[in-house]
Design a protein around this ligand. Structure first.
Ligand code: NAD
Ligand code: 0WE
Length: 274
């Protein structure tokens, strides 16, 4: 058990398919204690279910759109884990992303708006900084770390990912700036860039099915990654084995990012020009 005696705050559970659900499961498996947070009342029941399964010590509302909600949530977290000789906690997992649905379907230049862009950046990127502010003093006590989830659409253009690609590029820059800001306090900040996975956040996306099928042909591993493969990487990054890693974005995508042009696609183009 890699994380025995360690304490983590996990955000971003919306269903059993959530990457955050798998991360909570893996942290629990490795012996960690958990506090889970949910975005709003609609998700309360689901996160309470997760809390039962993983023996969470607290389940709290934390809507990252609101400073008041973040403050109220972390006041309780910092009170709960802020007492005693072993006070503080070992990590905060940020598994949150959102843009208005209209922005994620269609031509980038046409569908991207000022308001949608502000929302995407606020919820998907600034919120990492907000969580870092709220947890800083408590993470410093135990050389804790912060972990977020990103996607390759931050580095290269992906169909329909649109303004989320801008927000994820901003999030990844935030990882580097937070790592630099907090490093002298012993706090590490990293991201996992996950390959496409079917979750609530991706189920509404039209092109998702086709992307997942294509990945089975063009990724080096000839398959998609699972939530648990991402979660196992999270365990590593949150553990002492990763004590030398900060400001990093670790690709967990079955190798998709490493391929410039797949042999399969080349064959397809040969066939179609015959
Ligand atoms: P998900 O829908 O299960 O999780 C997204 C979470 O964001 C939900 O729990 C939702 O409640 C939360 N959220 C949205 N607005 C919020 C707010 N205002 N306050 C607090 N929480 C809020 O989907 P997921 O795929 O597990 O996404 C988790 C993270 O992984 C996201 O950052 C996503 O961008 C990233 N990611 C997903 C994939 C994928 O293909 N599914 C790939 C790479 C990265
Ligand atoms: O980051 C994500 C999910 C982002 C997301 C999804 C939604 C759907 C529902 C953000 N906001 C919303 N808002 C909603 O109303 N992923 C990496 C998964 C994902 O989303 C895509 C993808 C992939 C992969 C959107 C378009 C193309 C590919």
């Amino acid at each position: 058990m890699l994380l025995q005696g360690k304490r983590f705050v996990v955000t971003g559970i919306a269903s059993q398919l959530s990457i955050a659900w798998a991360i909570a499961e893996a942290l629990h498996r490795e012996g960690a204690s958990l506090i889970l947070t949910y975005a709003n009342d609609k998700l309360k029941k689901r996160v309470e279910k997760a809390g039962e399964v993983f023996g969470a010590e607290l389940i709290l509302e934390c809507d990252v759109a609101s400073d008041a909600s973040i403050e109220a949530c972390f006041a309780q977290v910092n009170e709960h884990w802020g007492r005693g000789v072993d006070d503080g906690y070992d990590g905060v997992i940020h598994a949150i992303g959102f843009a208005p649905a209209d922005e994620l379907n269609g031509d980038f230049t046409d569908v991207t708006t000022r308001e949608g862009s502000q929302i995407a950046h606020d919820i998907s990127s600034y919120s990492l900084v907000a969580l870092a502010k709220a947890s800083r003093s408590m993470l410093a006590k135990r050389q804790g770390s912060i972990l977020t989830l990103t996607y390759l659409g931050s580095q290269v253009a992906m169909p329909n990912y649109n303004v989320m690609g801008m927000a994820k590029a901003s999030l990844e820059a935030g990882v580097r700036y937070l790592a630099t800001s907090l490093g002298s306090e012993g706090i590490r900040v990293n991201a996992i860039s996950a390959g496409a996975i079917r979750t609530l956040a991706s189920s509404g996306i039209k092109s998702m099915r086709d992307m997942l099928t294509l990945n089975e042909h063009i990724t080096p591993l000839k398959r998609n990654v699972t939530q648990m493969e991402v979660a196992n990487t999270a365990v590593f990054l949150l553990s002492d084995w990763a004590s030398g890693i900060t400001g990093e974005v670790v690709m967990v995508d079955a190798g998709f990012h490493a391929v410039g042009m797949s042999t399969e696609l080349l064959t397809l183009s040969k066939d179609s020009s015959k």
